[in-house]
Design a binder for this molecule. Structure first.
Ligand SMILES: *Cc1c(COP(=O)(O)O)cnc(C)c1O
Length: 838
């Protein structure tokens, strides 16, 4: 059996193809949303689907029953969405992403279906508290950080704005590791989110595709035609689909997140089995299934292992086969593919799709090369997420060639055409070398960014600054060759999850001041601006914030047996731990502040709780060292009675989406202090400000646009800008001179270096200290003084609560533009050419 056969077999079996033939849609009677009906349905699920008598049912059983009852309602809308797509021949958007950091889904579904008032009442009939059982849902961490969370916000926004779309990714058996802190250090534990099954997913054994690796390419000469290339893979396995419905706001539409799981074609080798080698018989299965076992835990860093490239190709090929199958179930040929299909590549992880689509069109479907290339470019678009050299994806040609021999040939052919076009325009050797799909300088590597670029009609950055830097750095030569391809699409976050659900107090206050229209039109948040000077609203806003801080304080006390004072400033930095994000700058300020409080106890210090959370890639030594330092500093400060109640440092373990939902509404200060030019956008910055935290940050990523929307009196910008950083790095900047002339900084560094915070191992932080003196690559010393001064400005502002809450209210009021609905509308209009419902 070859790949072509399996596709046509699957086409016949596909649910959608069958659905398409049934012209009279099963038009479900809309279900009543009252508490009685819901209570009955939940009881029925508990009894007949979970198989439990309510008398013995545990809380987890109630969660499952509730999820299933809610799911039924989603399914009604799901079919309606899918049928509308077929009936109206709508163009579909496919969002290909190796990560979807979706978190919990129950509250999202309840809220978007409008059941948030009645469902808790229904459950209370059985003495069940929704707020408690929803915590039992595992937090699906199929992503690392911002990139994966963006994909999740985009899925929700595409459903809310009515963009017919599918997300495609991998159903990792183990998502991102669970983080514990032991003796101050990060410990990684496996995350088994599927242990109790996943009531949100539907396995689609009928939607499965063969995926090949290795082998050889043979050239077949056909009568009257040119040679045709046929790939004969040595290894073959199956990609099996699991569908998760994603419901939009007010159930505007329900889209599908289709996640692929790897399965052996021949799970048990019968020969081996029959000869008594039962373990050996499973070898094939184990090797195949390894592909979807784990998510690579490195964020903004190239993992580089062959298994990662296998994951990338596996999910790209399965998704493309599925897309072509669906298209051909509806249209007679692939000629109109780009009229009906847009494929967005979320970073370069799915970039091999460019070569794979060419292979499917040319080798499998017999299309001619030039036509296939035009369709490919019109179909794909690519989002770049980072300019960090260590994160730009490249693969050694020899690995690529061995694993994907035909795709490698195709990449060479594409490259030859691009280079000849550039030569035609008189590009010199240096420019050609930099736009080539092959990096000849480092042992020959395939550059996935260049591949994604040339195969796409639109390439976007994720904030205005990042997009400009893209044009000047990695894609400088390609931008010169194709000057109309790069555009900006500033990131956003969904206000449903990050305001309505996570901050019910503020949502209620908004409803009672500006009225409920903002829930359907987030631009209406602007109306809240005129309440910024209203004393009553300020008081209520402050009360909501205090309430949220108490909730976070309770979580900290329960998880860490540590008491923090909710009346103190909550100064929060939560995100992946990375040198460029500069948690080290923050902790240095904490140490300096600690020393100042100790040496000047008579001064009127503003009480502060500095809260950190975030995971480090397991192999990222310095990031893990920074976690250790934060925990060491936290312990020493906590045990020092001299600063009690004035300063606390807290590291909350296991940052994930659920924890973020509790943290964002509780922040007074949001730390967005990356080295300028290095954070592509940030989305944590948006969640915080939407919830009324004041940002202390650099002119980096979307902070730049936040400054424009908020006004410079409502955001606290400090430090070097991107040009300054580039210039200093060019001039061979180091920290030594700055340290010697900045006593606060010097003293903080000296304390750390002399083991004040690590008496058991005084040299523990030597590597971090040496970096600061010799290189200061991340401009921590360079920005320290400006950061310190700005923090003290915030201290002073805190004493004037009226002024503080005026700014906080203006932050919430002016953040509507940063909704991911706005991002999606821009993609839909400028890149995908699809209409939105709203
Ligand atoms: C929003 C979010 C991120 C991204 O945070 P940044 O500060 O933009 O890096 C990462 N992880 C989780 C769990 C998030 O919710």
């Amino acid at each position: 059996m070859n790949l072509t056969n399996s596709e046509s077999k699957n086409a016949d079996l596909s649910a959608e193809a069958l659905g398409n033939e049934i012209k009279s849609a099963p038009n479900p009677v809309p279900r009543a949303n009252d508490a009685d009906t819901l209570a009955e349905e939940i009881l029925e699920k508990l009894t007949y689907s979970v198989g439990k008598d309510p008398i013995v049912a545990r809380r987890h059983d109630w969660l499952t029953a509730t999820t299933l009852a809610v799911r039924d309602r989603i399914i009604d809308h799901w079919f309606a969405t899918s049928q509308r797509g077929y009936k109206e021949s709508l163009k579909r958007v496919y969002y290909l992403s190796l990560e979807f950091l979706i978190g919990r889904l129950l509250r999202d579904a309840i809220s978007n279906l409008g059941l948030d008032k009645t469902l808790p009442v229904a459950l209370s009939r059985y003495n069940i508290n929704l707020d408690l059982i929803e915590l039992l849902e595992p937090d699906a961490a199929l992503g690392n950080g911002g990139l994966g969370r963006l994909a999740a916000c985009f899925m929700e926004s595409m459903a809310s704005t009515g963009v017919p779309s599918y997300g495609y990714g991998i159903r990792y058996r183990h998502g991102l590791f669970r983080q514990e802190i032991a003796d101050g250090s990060q410990v990684e534990l496996p995350e088994n989110w599927l242990a109790h099954g996943n009531p949100w997913e539907f396995e689609r054994q009928e939607a499965s595709y063969e995926i090949g690796f290795g082998g050889k390419v043979i050239s077949i000469q056909e009568e009257g035609k040119g040679p045709r290339q046929v790939w004969r893979p040595a290894e073959r396995l199956l990609a099996v689909a699991y569908d998760v419905p994603i419901v939009g706001w007010r159930a505007a539409s329900v889209n599908t997140l289709r996640l692929w799981s790897a399965q052996a074609l021949d799970p048990i080798l019968l020969d081996a089995f029959n000869s008594g080698d039962h373990i050996g018989a499973l070898r094939e299965a184990n090797k195949a299934e390894a592909i979807t076992q784990v998510l690579y835990p490195a964020d903004s860093h190239l993992a580089g292992q062959e298994l990662r490239l296998r994951q990338e190709y596996f999910f790209s090929s399965a998704s493309l086969q599925d897309i072509l199958r669906r298209h051909l179930s509806q249209y007679p040929s692939l000629d109109n593919l780009s009229d009906k299909v847009s494929i967005q590549l979320n970073d370069t992880h799915p970039a091999v799709s460019v070569a794979e689509l060419m292979r499917l069109l040319v080798d499998v479907h017999g299309m001619d090369w030039d036509k296939a290339w035009k369709i490919t470019q019109e179909t794909f678009s690519y989002t770049n997420h980072t300019l960090l050299p260590e994160a730009l994806e490249t693969w050694p040609v020899h690995i690529f060639e061995r694993l994907l021999p035909r795709q490698m040939q195709i990449i060479y052919a594409i490259n030859a055409a691009v280079i000849s076009e550039a030569q035609g325009k008189g590009f010199d050797g240096g420019k050609i070398a930099s736009l080539s799909l092959i990096d000849e300088g480092h042992g020959r590597r395939v550059r996935m960014g260049q591949l994604a670029f040339v195969g796409s009609h639109a390439i976007n950055g994720v904030s205005a600054l990042h997009t400009e830097l893209m044009k000047e750095t990695v894609f400088r030569a390609l931008h010169e060759l194709y000057p109309d391809r790069i555009q900006n699409k500033t990131n956003g976050v969904t206000p449903r999850r990050w305001l309505f659900q996570s901050n019910r107090g503020l949502t209620k206050l908004l409803e009672e001041t500006i009225g409920p229209e903002f829930k359907d039109n987030i631009d209406k948040l602007k109306d809240f601006d005129r309440f910024a000077t209203d004393p009553e609203t300020r008081k209520r806003f402050a009360a909501v914030k205090l309430d949220n801080k108490k909730r976070l304080a309770k979580l900290i006390s329960e998880r860490m047996a540590l008491n923090v004072n909710p009346e103190a400033i909550f100064d929060i930095q939560v995100k992946r731990i990375h040198e460029y994000k500069r948690q080290l700058l923050n902790v240095l300020e904490a140490v300096a502040l600690y020393e100042q409080i100790r040496s000047h106890p008579e001064q009127n210090w503003t009480p502060r709780v500095k809260i950190f959370a975030g995971k480090a890639a397991p192999s990222y030594f310095k990031a893990k060292l920074i976690i250790h330092l934060i925990n060491d500093v936290a312990r020493v400060i906590d045990s020092d009675p001299a600063v009690r109640d004035l300063l606390k440092v807290v590291f909350i373990p296991n940052y994930n989406v659920s924890l973020a939902e509790t943290i964002m509404p509780a922040a007074d200060i949001s730390e967005q202090i990356s080295t300028a030019g290095l954070e592509a956008s940030g989305t944590g910055n948006m969640k915080f400000a939407l919830n009324g935290a004041l940002t202390i940050g650099t002119l980096d990523g979307a902070n730049v646009e936040m400054l424009e929307h908020l006004g410079d009196e409502n955001i606290f910008i400090f430090g070097l800008n991107a040009d300054d950083v580039a210039r200093r790095r060019n001039d061979g900047h180091s920290g030594r001179g700055i340290i010697e002339t900045t006593p606060l900084l010097k003293s903080a560094i000296d304390s750390i270096a002399s083991g004040v915070f690590s008496p058991d191992e005084p040299q523990r932080y030597r590597d971090l200290i040496t970096d600061l003196y010799d290189r200061d690559w991340w401009m921590i010393c360079a920005d320290f003084d400006a950061y310190w001064q700005t923090q003290r400005q915030l201290d002073a502002l805190w004493l004037d609560k009226d002024a503080w809450y005026e700014k906080a209210i203006r932050n919430t009021a002016r953040m509507g533009w940063f909704s991911s609905d706005r991002s999606i509308r821009e993609y839909a209009h400028d890149i995908w050419n699809v209409k939105t419902l709203s």
